[in-house]
Design a protein around this ligand. Structure first.
Ligand SMILES: Cc1cc2nc3c(=O)[nH]c(=O)nc-3n(C[C@H](O)[C@H](O)[C@H](O)COP(=O)(O)O)c2cc1C
Length: 436
């Protein structure tokens, strides 16, 4: 397909799973060939080890930290605050710091494996603002999320762009939760809420950051004091450093990224969420968040279910927005009829647990859950819509885990058959399960 023909919708259509497509290509890979999931800049760059007793450091660390190391099939898996499809972790984080006490003004790469920041660019009269919010300067943080797409396309091939965008949204969700801690602990970020930005000059930034075709910016999150001041674009290009130990290009993915990076998103008024979590318990939830591997088929209470749904209805702090419809297929919620709900309104009754298990490519967690959820959308910008779906997914993990309810993302499902169950023409972006 020529790049001009690839839109988000065409990409989505071309990467649908069906019973036949999964039988024909079950995605088996040789695990020993997995590309590395950590990016390192060369050793001569200056590094700052993050100290968790420093609230600024802990704020940055909490956006991406490793929270569990476990041995799996002879290799050591390093699981993080953010979940990731297949634990492949395509996302990277960069942060520009300006006027942050104790830190040089500059652009840093977050080196996750060593919990440190690598200073890759020192600011003079230039900065990232000119690509994101021209004519303004931010004293504070500008976070960028990027995807090293081969980490995911190695396994999921063309469908991997979906997972890159969803993972990126989850990562943004981890940022937003990280804010809670320093806000409580320090006056630094006093009244400095976080704002997510999806519409900005991503292609120019990819060039300036020296990403070649191997890594691409998906989103930005800013937190700080905004000033009316023009900041120059970066005066030098940052050298290319590969985010994997080896790389295989995929033109279809690169074209899809480019097309969905320039399309404008729908717009909304900026509103901050009012999340009322008890801070210390929430902090522990962020550190202990995990994906469920098996449910015991227990019911959850209606009160807990409604509380979780309320958190999903809270505003997402961004002006670039795509509306997501949430369908819940309820299997085990005390006091609620089994059936299909849109938000919390009943559409049809019935026990659909076997069906949702089948639709999610025969995954038992989608059958044994208390609720299997599906996020659908009729978006303008696919890249934004998928990231908003991932962001909501992160909220769902945290709100459920906060109540002791397990959760998992589900990226693999039979697209068209799921739409039939939901009785919708909107694209099915993401599935999720919660339960005990
Ligand atoms: C976009 C996305 C899709 C996922 N899809 C599935 C899935 O289809 N089945 C599953 O069992 N887990 C799925 N997961 C969960 C990941 O396997 C899990 O996040 C990863 O193994 C890391 O483990 P952790 O979340 O416990 O840290 C998905 C996660 C994400 C973010």
């Amino acid at each position: 397909m020529p790049p001009s023909k690839i839109s988000g919708k065409a990409y989505h259509e071309a990467t649908k799973h069906s019973y036949l497509s999964v039988q024909a290509d079950p995605n088996y890979v040789d695990a020993s060939t997995q590309p590395s999931a950590f990016k390192f800049y060369p050793k001569f760059y200056r590094r700052v080890k993050l100290n968790l007793n420093n609230s600024i450091h802990s704020f940055i660390s909490l956006t991406s930290a490793i929270t569990l190391e476990k041995v799996y099939k002879n290799s050591l898996d390093k699981l993080r605050v953010n979940p990731s499809a297949g634990a492949l972790y395509p996302t990277e984080v960069y942060v520009q710091l300006r006027k942050i006490q104790g830190m040089l003004d500059g652009i840093y790469h977050f080196e996750v494996e060593n919990n440190s920041l690598t200073l890759i660019y020192e600011l003079i009269d230039d900065g990232l603002e000119s690509y994101i919010i021209p004519d303004k300067s931010i004293n504070g943080f500008i976070f960028l999320i990027s995807c090293v797409y081969y980490r995911s396309s190695w396994k999921y091939q063309n469908r991997s762009t979906r997972y890159c965008f969803l993972d990126s949204g989850h990562h943004l969700g981890a940022f937003a939760s990280g804010v809670a801690k320093p806000l409580a602990a320090s006056a630094y970020l006093h009244q400095k809420d976080i704002q997510l930005i999806f519409d900005f000059d991503k292609l120019a930034l990819n060039l300036a950051l020296g990403f070649e075709n191997k890594e691409f910016i998906t989103a930005c999150a800013v937190s700080g004091e905004l000033q009316e001041k023009k900041v120059r674009p970066l005066r030098m290009k940052i050298p290319f450093v590969c985010g994997t130990d080896y790389f295989e290009a995929n033109q279809f993915i690169e074209d899809t990224y480019q097309a969905t990076a320039v399309q404008k998103s729908s717009q909304q008024q900026l509103k901050q969420p009012q999340l009322r979590f008890e801070k210390d318990k929430f902090y522990q939830t962020v550190l202990n968040r995990r994906s469920v591997r098996r449910f015991r088929k227990k019911s959850i209470s209606q009160e807990d279910y409604l509380y979780i749904m309320q958190q999903l209805q809270q505003p997402i702090p961004t002006e670039n927005y795509e509306e997501i419809d949430i369908y819940s297929v309820i299997h085990r919620v005390e006091g609620m009829l089994c059936g299909l709900y849109k938000d919390t309104y009943l559409i049809k009754t019935g026990n659909f647990s076997e069906q949702t298990g089948y639709l999610c490519i025969n995954q038992a967690i989608a059958r044994d859950s208390a609720v299997t959820l599906f996020f659908v959308s009729d978006y303008l910008n696919y890249q934004t819509a998928m990231q908003i779906a991932g962001f909501l997914g992160q909220r769902l993990y945290l709100a459920s885990n906060y109540l002791g309810i397990q959760c998992s993302g589900i990226g693999a499902f039979y697209d068209d058959e799921t739409q039939e169950l939901l009785e919708t023409n909107k694209d099915e972006l993401y599935g999720m399960v919660i339960g005990i």
